[in-house]
Write a new protein. Structure first.
Length: 318
């Protein structure tokens, strides 16, 4: 039944499905039985990478999507060796809050003894000690708590600096960069600074590919959306209609067009999205057939007019 192919993360990471499921605002909005059926079906299709990073902060309501995931995989009869677990590590409290303490708490919540992939959250402070961070990550790898690691929305310069420190610490360094990437947000993944890193073996994990559902046709999103670099969200909302027309001409859905586009980037190892209904999962998997039918070059030509951040975001920026 497996239909979703796999690509290696970086140069020494595991082979991950080219489509991966995120947990942000998903499992805690679903009926439990529906969530079990959805995750079971995803694994049967060949999806093996699940991001259970928790976006919960002091002063905000508690989040349980990762705890729910631990129950979902048990109820679905999915063995731990049958999927890759991706966790987030946040840097706001680091180094006062050690990475190991944070990771062990996250693993306890999800009922696992290791993370196959850890993605570091955004850099939000100028005094972050990247040398120390690299050494601490190397220690987590040596302890078997982390299989490989990457970064989320970092600048190419910061990634390269961290990579150099990691190599000195005996770590292979970052294997993946999780970046916003869609037909409208392209400047950073398609820019020259990251092109050099991709050429050296770092992979791209495309995220926020539908702009919180806006590009899939949801004019009024019902959940929180990620930040808006360049202040272009109004342009993205305006572009949604045109993208839907292109998709219709291809006998596809807007969601399929967005997912297929991100797979045209040669560095993409996996595309991360969240779904709360089985039909959304089935629809997104259909992007693979769309890409095969239309081809990468033609898809990129068709969505070129909708590139909204071309002059609004610096390709070297975070």
């Amino acid at each position: 039944m497996s239909t979703v192919p796999r690509r290696r993360i970086g140069t020494c990471g595991p082979e991950a499905s080219v489509l991966s499921l995120g947990s942000w605002h998903t499992y805690d909005r679903m009926d439990f039985a529906d969530a079990v059926a959805l995750v079971r079906h995803a694994v049967d299709l060949g999806i093996n990478l699940f991001d259970v990073g928790v976006y919960g902060f002091p002063g905000h309501p508690p989040v349980f999507t990762d705890v729910l995931f631990s129950a979902i995989v048990r109820a679905a009869g999915i063995a731990r060796d049958d999927y890759l677990l991706s966790e987030k590590l946040w840097l706001e409290g680091y180094p006062e809050q050690p990475l190991r303490d944070q990771l062990e708490r996250a693993l306890f919540r999800v009922g696992a003894d290791r993370a196959d992939l850890v993605v570091l959250g955004d850099i939000r402070r100028a005094d972050l000690d990247l040398r120390r961070l690299a050494a601490d990550l190397a220690d987590l790898e040596a302890a078997g708590l982390v299989g490989c690691w990457g970064v989320n929305n970092w600048s190419a310069t910061s990634v390269r600096t961290l990579r150099d420190h990691a190599l000195e610490a005996g770590s292979p360094g970052p294997q993946l960069a999780q970046l916003k990437y869609s037909p409208c947000r392209r400047s950073i993944p398609d820019g020259e600074p990251f092109a050099a890193l991709f050429a050296e073996g770092i992979s791209l994990q495309a995220s926020d590919v539908m702009e919180g559902g806006i590009l899939a046709g949801r004019a009024t999103p019902t959940r929180e959306i990620g930040r808006d670099p360049g202040g272009i969200r109004d342009q993205i909302m305006a572009a949604a209609k045109g993208l839907a027309e292109v998709a219709a001409d291809l006998d596809a859905t807007p969601a399929q067009l967005c997912v297929a586009f991100t797979l045209t980037h040669p560095a993409t190892c996996t595309v991360l999205f969240g779904v709360t209904r089985m039909r959304q999962l089935t629809d997104n998997v259909g992007a693979l057939a769309l890409l095969e039918r239309v081809g990468a070059e033609r898809l990129r030509e068709l969505v070129e007019p909708f590139w909204a951040d071309r002059d609004a975001v610096d390709p070297e920026g975070p």
